[in-house]
Each structure stands twice: as structure tokens, then as C-alpha cells.
Design a protein around this ligand. Structure first.
Ligand code: MRU
Length: 340
């Protein structure tokens, strides 16, 4: 599949809108190949989100916004397009936030919807730079930073959230080293975060998820930074499965545990994390690797994609508006993420 003309090898972007087409970088085949999927129908975007050609909370919100631009261009039933896109993945609230924002536009003409999608993407990039600046202030020289999943350019409009903090700290000359958790079952850490860190020359080692505890005990981790898919008013945070374990481990070892996320990741309708829908994905993600069976045929598995870290285990939540410390009461205090 040919790359869009504006794709740049030195700049990772998950989505490019060009010539009235949405190009989606297929994250299922990275790092083996960099393949762009041209999309001219919102239904292709729905499939791309469902099958995780695009993934990461902010990126799926942006993809949905461009999907609605395609629906507007093609004269599709707009309400149906919104419903189909909203049904693509359940946990990351950014998806619903973006759809909601477009639903509430004065009109759903192609020009208006496309302009809003571009705005959502541009704002996300700016928010990530800001998250990076606030987060970098928390990182001390020479720290070993542990992260999980992929929260980088691939998961956002660019730069990233937790990985954006790491990027900024690196470019600020902090001399950091990253421990990047593999993130079973889909290996977003091993495949995608490693791909981004290598492109930028940020020192790191990939580790399997079970190694974090012994590294902490050995004094080889100074802090943990993770992203988020949905944050409730009390700071309870849904993120990639395994994040909660890292928070418990960090607490046990007296290490700071940070979450980095933009306003689009806050769900102020939820008092706590108990109401966050947790996606369950297909068993084959666990029983197969690259299509090869690694479990006995018929092996029963449980495959939730996310877990919820209680707010009290989170040292600070790094947003584009600053760093917030618990006890969290989002929406009641000075911090009021905007949900239109
Ligand atoms: O299933 P994924 O790969 O979409 O999960 C992604 C994560 O959990 C990320 O940490 C989160 O979306 C934040 S991305 C900036």
C-alpha cells in the first residue's frame, strides 16, 4: 500500500488525512513493515479501530473524527456512522469524546466535520507537548523510567502522553533510561514502544511484564509512567492490562507512579472506576503468537484488555494543564476537563 505523500520517515504519525482520504498506519504489522491503509469509507475506520490497526486512546478518537468526515463526504446516515464508530471499542473514553464533539457541531457538512477532526488532531498534539513539559519536570537526571504499552506518537496525534514525557525528558538532556514492558498479549510495548524509542535513540531495554518487580527490588527503577484510557472523578484510571500490577509494585517499593493523559481521557460522569467498561478481546490474542498456536487447542482463557488502577495508588496525574496529586476530585476543584 503506498504511503501518503506527506508521510515522513523521521516523524511517526498514526493517521494522515490527504487528498480527501484517511491514511491509517497499520500498527498490526509494525515493526516488520510500515504499511498505510487508505480509507474512503467510515466503515473501514470502524474495522481499523476494532482490529487495532489504529489503537491508543487519543488516536482512536482522532480516527473516529476522520471517520465521521468520510461519512459526511459520502452522504452516509450520520447517526448510524456515529453509532457504528462508538461501538468499535468500549474502554477509551476519547472515542466517545471525539464523536460527541462532532455530533454537537452546528452542521454536519463535510467541510465542518473535517475542520473539527483536524482541530481535534492539532489540539491533541499541542496537549501532548504540554504534558511532556509538565512531566519532564518530575523526572530527575539519570532516572530509570518504567513504562507499559505504547503511549507514544502511534497512540496519539504525535509525541505521546507517558511516552511524550519520556521524549521531552530525553530531549531536555536528563540522561534517562527506559524499561519498556512487553505488554502481553498484544506486545504494544515490545513492538511499538521499542520502535519509537529506537527511532529517537532514547536508551532503553525491553523487558517482559513479569520482570518489573525484581528490577524494582534491585533499585533499578526510579519511577513508573503509564497512559490512560479513562479516568474517573476520583482518579481511578483504566489503562492497559498490567498497569494496576505496576502501581501495586511501585507502592510496595516506595516509587512514584504517574499517569499521563489529556482532558479527553477524563470521564467526569463516573464517580469512580467501577463503572468503566473493560473490553474483553478474543482468546486467540493469548493462545496464538503471529498466528501460531502456543496453547493446547481449546485452552480456556480470559483476556481483558484493561485494568483499573485505584486513584490512591497514583502519585500524580500529568495533564496538559499541570500535574494533579491525590486525593483526586476532578470536576469539583479548579480542574474541569471540558466535555462538550
Ligand atoms: O489496547 P490499546 O493498545 O489501544 O491500549 C492502549 C493503552 O492502554 C494506552 O496506554 C492508552 O490508550 C493511552 S495511549 C496515549
Amino acid at each position: 500500500m503506498s504511503a501518503p505523500k506527506s508521510a515522513r520517515p523521521d516523524l511517526v504519525r498514526p493517521l494522515i488525512w490527504e487528498d480527501d482520504t484517511l491514511y491509517m498506519l497499520d500498527q498490526r504489522v509494525i515493526p516488520a513493515r510500515e504499511e498505510w491503509l487508505p480509507m474512503n469509507d467510515y466503515r473501514q475506520v470502524v474495522e481499523g479501530i476494532k482490529d487495532m490497526a489504529v489503537r491508543g486512546a487519543p488516536a482512536i478518537g482522532i480516527a473516529a473524527a476522520y471517520g465521521l468526515a468520510l461519512a459526511a463526504k459520502n452522504g452516509d446516515d450520520f447517526a448510524q456512522a456515529c453509532a457504528d464508530l462508538a461501538a468499535s471499542r468500549p474502554t477509551a473514553v476519547n472515542l466517545f469524546w471525539a464523536i460527541h464533539r462532532i455530533q454537537h457541531l452546528a452542521d454536519h457538512s463535510f467541510a465542518t466535520v473535517l475542520a473539527e477532526a483536524k482541530k481535534i488532531e492539532a489540539e491533541d498534539l499541542e496537549m501532548n507537548y504540554s504534558i511532556g513539559r509538565f512531566g519532564s519536570l518530575l523526572i530527575k537526571n539519570g532516572w530509570n523510567v518504567l513504562t507499559v504499552c505504547n503511549t507514544g506518537s502511534l497512540a496519539t496525534a504525535g509525541h505521546g502522553t507517558a511516552l511524550g514525557v519520556i521524549r521531552t525528558a530525553h530531549s531536555d538532556g536528563k540522561g534517562i533510561h527506559v524499561w519498556s514492558c512487553e505488554t502481553r498479549p498484544r506486545q504494544q510495548g515490545l513492538r511499538l514502544t521499542a520502535y519509537e524509542l529506537m527511532k529517537e535513540g532514547i536508551p532503553f531495554h525491553s523487558i517482559t511484564d513479569g520482570m518489573a518487580a525484581s528490577l524494582m527490588r534491585a533499585g533499578k527503577v526510579d519511577c513508573v509512567i503509564a497512559g490512560a484510557d479513562r479516568i474517573a472523578r476520583n482518579g481511578d484510571t483504566a489503562n492497559k492490562i498490567g498497569t494496576y500490577s505496576l502501581a501495586v509494585l511501585a507502592h510496595h517499593h516506595g516509587l512514584p507512579f504517574y499517569i499521563a493523559a489529556p482532558v479527553s481521557t477524563f470521564d467526569l460522569e463516573l464517580a469512580d472506576g467501577s463503572g468503566i467498561p473493560i473490553e474483553e478481546r478474543h482468546s486467540s490474542e493469548i493462545t496464538q503468537i503471529e498466528g501460531v498456536a502456543v496453547a493446547p487447542e481449546g485452552c480456556p482463557v480470559f483476556n481483558p484488555g484493561f485494568d483499573v488502577t485505584p486513584g490512591e495508588l497514583i502519585t500524580g496525574i500529568i495533564t496538559e494543564q499541570g500535574v494533579f496529586e491525590g486525593p483526586y476530585r476532578f470536576g469539583e476543584s479548579d480542574f474541569s476537563p471540558v466535555h462538550s
